[in-house]
Design a protein around this ligand. Sequence first.
Ligand code: ADP
Ligand code: LRH
Length: 481
Amino acid sequence: MTRLRVAAVDLGASSGRVMVGEVGPGELELTEVHRFWNGPVKIAGTLHWDILHLYREVLVGLSKAGGPLDGIGIDSWAVDYGLLDADGKLLGNPVHYRDDRTNGVLERLLQKVSADDLYAVTGLQQLPFNTIYQLAAEQRLDQAETLLMIPDLLGYWLTGIGGAEATNASTTQLYDVRERGWSEGLAERVGVPHTLLPPIRQPGQVIGPLLADVAEETGLDPATPVIAVGSHDTASSVVAVPAVDERFAYISSGTWSLVGLELDEPVLTPEAQQANFTNEGGVDGRIRFLRNVMGLWILQECLREWGTDELAPVLAEAAQAPAFAVLIDPDDPSFLAPGNMVRRIAEYCERSGQEAPASRGVLVRCVLESLALAYRRTLRLAQEIADRDVEVVQVIGGGSQNELLCQLTADACGLPVLAGPVEASALGNVLVQARALGAPLPDLTAMRALVRATHELRSYQPQCKPADWDAAESRVFGGSR
Ligand code: ADP
Ligand code: LRH
């Protein structure tokens, strides 16, 4: 096998990066060539993504990657989209899923379609910002011809070819999880013309070569193929979980923590629906049975408020702070929007009869312990509902570098934690491209074995008394699931 050299564009909610991946026999090397800011931008009362900034940075990254490249793959966060008019022009800047335009929309839409019907078709967790709810709040629908999810939009600008990659389409709540295609009936029932939804494409499918002007601007060969990958970043990151067999849980730990299991088939039982588990589509037809936990977003927002992006000092303060001083439910809806996070944590404390954190260390420890508690609950429930026991928790993504959080996770879950790789989404992106280009990586097992053989993982064993976590859990959640 010849050595393959591909570019992975990976857009997380807090930063974007372009990585060069090199794949050969027993080799998987990732080099970051460009990293850039990403985040919400408020204009005239609406939170947007700065999509033109992102596109420009993608071009800069591809130029820095330099040729020859065997392929380019793009993954990003889920649920958000751009609308194109009949001439293929973007209708306005994509809106950020944290914008408040979806407030109250879920409740309104459930009058048109019941929650049971929605779950039976899509298997998706109810998040107020799912694409279906954003579309119900959309002002520009009547001018729109095509909807493209963010990675498909960027792919369209690189190649001129649109489409809907399956893993990301599965996060819209307009996708039939069993039929594995758009649910046109559901779309029409909620007022979304099904003609808006482009044909589905699978990870590994070649989208097309670069447009001439893109090739010229990046200095790349115009024949360089853009290849669909698991374009939902979480789908790509789960590809790169360095697991040995199926008895693992994962926490894809970044702005969000995506906590769950990989399954062959969706679980659409009343228990799964009641516990708000999602059945998102994975690479190779797998199901990502998981729940969104609010994740390191809360910490990111506190750091922003404190005017620092240095994590090490605040994590050191948290390590010195007393255990279980203050606990929150990180999934409380009050933590979803940007801004005033420290105050909102204090308000939560007031509502729950706790003293607000008295120092930065206590506050950060509160966030990390509360996340670990949410992981514990989610993983217990996932195992129970899917009838699958796990032996290890694999933590991947930027948050896998947070040693205190990894140790708390091992303690809370009573399971060993294996942490790494950090750039799991980019690795999953590279691996799916490499297979499409002929690398002998026939299945996820082979891809994961290559990640294991080429990346160092850090291991954490549970150390503290389970009774402490039982008590902490009942303090925050009582008997609720
Ligand atoms: P996303 O893809 O959502 O943008 P990432 O996977 O890049 O997120 O993870 C970002 C998070 O990783 C940050 O919020 C931060 O908490 C954590 N992180 C990044 N670097 C470190 C580090 N050196 N030590 C501990 N945590 C880190
Ligand atoms: C993580 C993620 C997650 C989605 C959220 C919108 O980046 O893609 O899987 O639920 O962003």
